[in-house]
Design a protein around this ligand. Structure first.
Ligand SMILES: *Cc1c(COP(=O)(O)O)cnc(C)c1O
Length: 357
């Protein structure tokens, strides 16, 4: 008898539902925290030239030396800290968990937060402890410190700003988490471009801290580049589980060139932040909607029946993300990514029509 998936695939994998990416063809796509702006034409032409000259018959530079040197400058990496790059920060989370998943080790995070922390822990067969945030999405510090004391996690993951709530946790409380943790603490700064606050300068002060960034949310989601920054004694160990050539030649070339023109991404982030303000105000003024302030490029908001509002928006050509049912604190919540002024206007009018048919 041939073996079935039940015989071969681990129980915890069969119990998962695959990460669902909805079809967005022809829609105003405000579901995935992408930057709505493309690169300026002259920069795109320059990239085409560089790609034409690239030796695609060769493996990429395994150490990505030139890209890393550019990242050090662009990110202002503190003296003495090392970099690990990944095929998106998702791959870095995977490397972290793979390297730390000792038998019975726990990984810990807050809830609700970025779902890949929990998913990747499941992929690696690691235990994941989720500690609820308070009702206003701030850290429940006593509960968090107690859970860390009880489970002694190998890694604690905290997104700063948090996804899907959009807020920055109190920096002083995060310091207490770092200092109270026997293991590593990873501060995931995927939305740094829209927040302006960072734990990067604090790296030299905390021997158990790593900071993670990505280019995905600031305009280069298509190339997949994540960056982990920290002390060599950690990065050197994590580098051992990295697959050779994990960051391809095209990504290395494009990232390096675009980062040399970093002002382009900064300007786009500025436009997105301005629109975030307008969108938040409009949502807060809308009867039947309560919207949460955000330090990221998306806004979480609550309506009275999220599923039907989601469907109403979709019928009117606007795709957002429904978080209803994913956590107690997210009941009737939707998350909208800040788009171009026109996209945001289309979203607001579709929402108005949906709420007042
Ligand atoms: C989107 C997101 C990521 C994923 O980034 P990639 O670099 O595209 O893999 C990581 N962390 C958080 C909190 C995110 O919201």
């Amino acid at each position: 008898m041939p073996k079935t998936p039940e015989d071969v695939i681990r129980d915890e994998i069969r119990a998962l539902t695959a990460y669902h990416v909805p079809d967005s063809a022809g829609m105003v796509k405000l579901d995935a925290m992408e930057n709505p702006y493309r690169l300026p034409a002259p920069l795109r032409a320059r990239l085409a030239q560089l790609l034409e000259d690239a030796s695609l018959n060769r493996y990429p530079d395994p150490g990505a030396r030139e890209l890393k040197a550019q990242l050090r400058r662009s990110l202002d990496v503190p003296e003495g800290m090392d970099l690990l790059i990944g095929n998106g920060s998702d791959e870095l989370i995977q490397m972290l968990v793979l390297a730390a998943a000792r038998p019975r080790a726990a990984m810990l995070g807050v809830e609700p937060s970025f779902t890949m922390f929990r998913m990747i822990a499941a992929f690696a067969g690691a235990r994941y402890v989720g500690v609820d945030l308070r009702d206003d999405f701030s850290l429940d510090i006593e509960r968090l410190l107690a859970a860390i004391e009880q489970h002694r996690p190998g890694i604690t993951f905290l997104a700063y700003p948090n996804n899907p709530s959009g807020n920055l946790f109190d920096a002083g409380l995060l310091e207490r988490v770092i200092e109270g943790s026997p293991g590593l603490v990873v501060i995931d700064e995927a939305y740094h471009a829209f927040a302006g606050r960072s734990f990067l300068p604090r790296l030299p002060r905390h021997p158990n801290l790593l900071v993670m960034r990505t280019l995905s949310k600031s305009g280069l989601a298509g190339i997949r580049l994540g960056i982990l920054i920290g002390a060599q004694r950690w990065i050197g160990q994590l580098d051992k589980v990295r697959l050779p050539y994990n960051v391809n030649t095209l990504t290395q070339i494009v990232a390096r060139e675009v980062l040399q023109h970093g002002d382009v991404l900064t300007e786009q982030a500025g436009a997105i932040k301005l629109e975030r303000g307008r969108l938040l105000q409009a949502l807060q003024r809308m009867p039947g909607v309560s919207a949460y302030p955000s330090d990221a490029n998306f806004i979480l908001f609550r309506v009275s029946r999220a599923e039907s509002v989601f469907d109403g928006l979709k019928r009117r050509g606007v795709l957002v993300k429904s978080l209803h049912g994913s956590h107690r604190l997210l009941a009737d919540c939707l998350r909208v990514t800040v788009g171009t002024p026109d996209e945001n206007t289309a979203f607001l009018s579709a929402l108005t029509q949906t709420l007042n048919p």
